[in-house]
Design a protein around this ligand. Structure first.
Ligand code: AMP
Ligand code: MG
Length: 695
């Protein structure tokens, strides 16, 4: 089970609130799965965090809050100031002495006063005010002579490039953040039961964790290249990393490595940089992932499917999703029961309850009743009965219920007119699932009934893959959208695009309409490049063969990494699979019947893998056929089919792949294997209902 439900990361700032907003170095915070939030100053940030903590705790959610400043100083400092090695005593010490408001804080003066307590100059340094001397606070680090404390904490000695908390100003300095941040944390931790990592056991609903986003620098660099403000990217990616590591069950181990010795504190993830960076940058598909074994001319369907299965990997991220919105989402982690279902023994019916031992056919009724949501607070004495309603928790003293239809009741007593068995009409606590039981497995696609189950078990949010964004693009000069006026005879209505968008939706993905482009390579290139920012995968239709006007395969061959798959399948055949600009492109045949069949057979399992789900194989079963057919060796065939009134499988009258009406006539496909075969009515064929393809 995950440690937390909500993750918030905060990029603190020690400066003052001035100038235009949003300032790039002010405070940024981000809740995993949401957009970063700009918090103008420390007061606004503290209020926002306080409200967040209150809200999460009230909702029973566990909150992990990360802050990018040191939770402690080098060993000995806390004791020197407070008389105790407890770093949290130092938090309170600062809280009592730091004054802070949007116009500025006394952090420098306080640092000077602290310096005055120790022999020599320092340890604090970095007076940021060019025209103002601060008593006992040197401008330069080299001016210091104080040797009372180490320059850096143990963890900072390991974290390359980290700054010492003695330095109050200059690029990258963190000293001011610590002095202005600790008082805020001291107040926030009193709002709720809070565990300050790594000093305290992580059993409280709220945890404060020291973070340092430089550990995931490559991911931040990438986000900055894409135009995101650095501090915003830091908190966003760090929140995603925490959520993902927790969802994958790896957070606990990393937190276990935090060292609390000397009250110095620890930076989350030091020593686990690779795991953090991996979690920050989801796997990318290799450019040559669609390569086929050499030497194969017509690729059998099963070989093509196996190649796809091994080539593809999830390109989605993991995020915590409210259970109520999780329908259609792929679980990234097992869901376990947070409490038993039912949590307490209750009544399965409306009737009268009592203790089986000591029951008699006529019993006096106690005052009051037990109803769902209104438990009876007292004990029901032996020999007494109580009015009880469906779903009511069994009162103490009650283990058996008789249904009201089998009783005659008055105001004061009840007569039982039927035989009674012990514990009848009651439900045992946990008889469905007990707390901690596995309810749903990782990889499962959430259906409405699963949302119901998780909710009944008290699971308010689940760890799920983000929705795969599937772009759909049509190609061909002849294509037009249907309109009131009829198109010219040489124009074709673009049927594939709405059909493929519909498939993507039905499969639970975010369908992105990329429109239509003519047979024009430059336009196609532009459209695919644009798709790269908006989609995780693109389905194109048309232009996938090797002909003069087959610009999809031409472009992908020249500028992407294309594998032209000649799959031994009817209808279908040319499939152009390529990586273009880092995302996979599935070039489907233009013919609508072929595009549809190839989507079900190839795109559906492939998209599922990309979405972080399982490889999908359609459910099929053997049924007698109602048709005659002979087919040649060496290619798999799919016939549009449905089950007739006599229970036999009928095939659509024409195998012509231009007959799109057959797709609507059919309820499924008949799959005929690669070998040659001759079928007569009554022979068994493999029927794949569309429902087995999620339709
Ligand atoms: P192509 O693969 O581009 O040679 O197209 C094969 C056949 O499918 C041609 O008859 C096209 O007009 C038709 N076609 C291609 N794209 C679509 C589409 N989006 N909707 C309907 N028919 C299409
Ligand atoms: Mg075409």
């Amino acid at each position: 089970m995950s440690l937390f439900d909500t993750y918030v990361m905060v990029d603190w700032s020690g400066g003052k609130d001035a100038g235009p907003t949003p300032r790039k170095d002010a405070i940024w915070a981000c809740i995993a799965g949401q957009a970063p939030i700009y918090l103008r100053n420390r007061q606004v940030a503290e209020d926002w965090l306080a409200a967040l903590i209150d809200r999460e705790v009230a909702a029973g959610r566990r909150l992990c809050a990360g802050f990018d400043f040191a939770f402690g100083y080098p060993s000995g400092f806390a004791r020197a100031l407070t008389g105790s090695d407890d770093p949290l005593a130092l938090w309170d010490w600062f809280e009592a002495r730091v004054t802070d408001n949007p116009e500025g804080s006394n952090r420098c003066e306080l640092a000077g006063e602290i310096n005055a307590q120790f022999p020599g100059i320092g340890p604090f340094w970095g007076n940021p005010f060019p025209n103002r001397e601060i008593v006992d606070l040197p401008r330069k680090g080299l001016d210091r002579t104080c040797v009372s404390f180490a320059e850096k904490r143990v963890v900072e000695q390991q974290a390359k490039g980290s700054f010492a908390c003695w330095q109050l100003s200059g690029a990258g300095a963190v000293g001011s953040q610590v002095i202005t941040g600790l008082p805020v944390l001291a107040r926030l931790r009193r709002r709720a039961k809070t565990a300050v990592w790594p000093f305290e056991e992580l059993s409280a609903p709220v945890a404060f964790v020291e973070i340092w986003p430089s550990l995931i620098a490559p991911a931040i660099d990438r986000a900055q290249l894409e135009g995101e403000i650095k501090d915003a990217a830091q908190v966003r990616v760090m929140a995603e990393v925490m959520a993902r590591l927790d969802a994958e069950g790896r957070l606990e181990n990393i937190l276990a490595d935090g060292r609390a010795e000397q009250g110095e504190g620890w930076i989350f993830g030091v020593g686990h940089e690779t795991a953090l960076t991996e979690a920050a940058i989801p796997a990318r598909l290799a450019n040559d992932c669609f390569a086929l074994p050499p030497g194969i001319d017509w690729t059998p369907v099963d070989t093509a499917l196996a190649s796809l299965n091994s080539a593809l990997a999830p390109v989605t991220r993991v995020e915590q999703t409210p259970t109520k919105n999780a329908s259609g989402r792929i679980l990234a982690r097992d869901v376990t029961a947070r409490r038993s279902h039912p949590p307490a023994p209750n009544s399965a019916i409306d009737g009268y309850g009592f203790a089986f031992d000591g029951f008699s056919p006529r019993m006096p009724l106690v005052d009051g009743r037990a109803a769902a949501g209104a438990a009876y607070p007292a004990h029901v004495p032996t020999g007494y009965a109580i009015r009880i309603l469906t779903g009511a928790v069994l009162p103490r003293g009650v283990d058996t219920v008789v249904m009201q239809e089998e009783c005659t009741a008055s105001e004061t007593d009840v007569q039982i007119n039927a035989p009674v068995k012990p514990a009848q009409n009651t439900r045992k606590a946990g008889e469905d699932l007990s707390a901690g039981d596995l309810a749903l497995r990782a990889g499962h696609v959430m259906r409405p009934q699963d949302v119901g189950l998780a909710t009944a078990l008290g699971v308010a949010s689940v760890s799920a893959q983000t929705r795969l964004r599937v772009g759909v693009l049509s190609t061909g000069d002849e294509l037009v959208a249907p309109s009131e006026s009829n198109a010219a005879p040489d124009q074709t209505y673009d049927a594939n695009r709405p059909m493929l968008l519909g498939l993507a939706c039905r499969w639970g993905y975010e369908a992105v309409d990329l429109g239509h482009v003519g047979d024009d390579r430059a336009a196609l290139r532009d459209r695919l490049q644009d798709a790269g920012g908006r989609c995780d995968v693109v389905l194109t239709s048309g232009g996938a063969s090797g002909g003069d006007e087959d610009h999809v395969s031409a472009l992908l061959r020249e500028e992407g990494v294309l594998t032209h798959w000649r799959v031994a399948i009817k209808p279908g055949r040319p499939l152009a699979l390529a990586m273009f600009g880092g995302i996979p492109v599935f070039g489907l045949p233009g013919n609508p019947v072929a595009a549809f069949v190839c989507s079900l057979i190839f795109a559906r399992p492939a998209l599922s893998r990309l979405a972080g789900g399982e490889w999908l194989t359609p459910q099929g079963f053997m049924l007698p056929c109602a048709f005659k057919k002979s087919k040649k060796q060496g290619r798999r065939e799919y016939l549009r089919a449905r089950i007739g009134a006599d229970g036999r499988v009928e095939a659509f009258t024409s195998e012509g792949s231009g007959r799109i009406s057959g797709l609507s006539w059919a309820d499924g496909l008949v799959e005929l294997g690669d070998a040659a075969q001759t079928l007569a009515p009554g022979d068994a064929v493999r029927y794949l209902p569309f429902s087995g393809f999620g339709l």
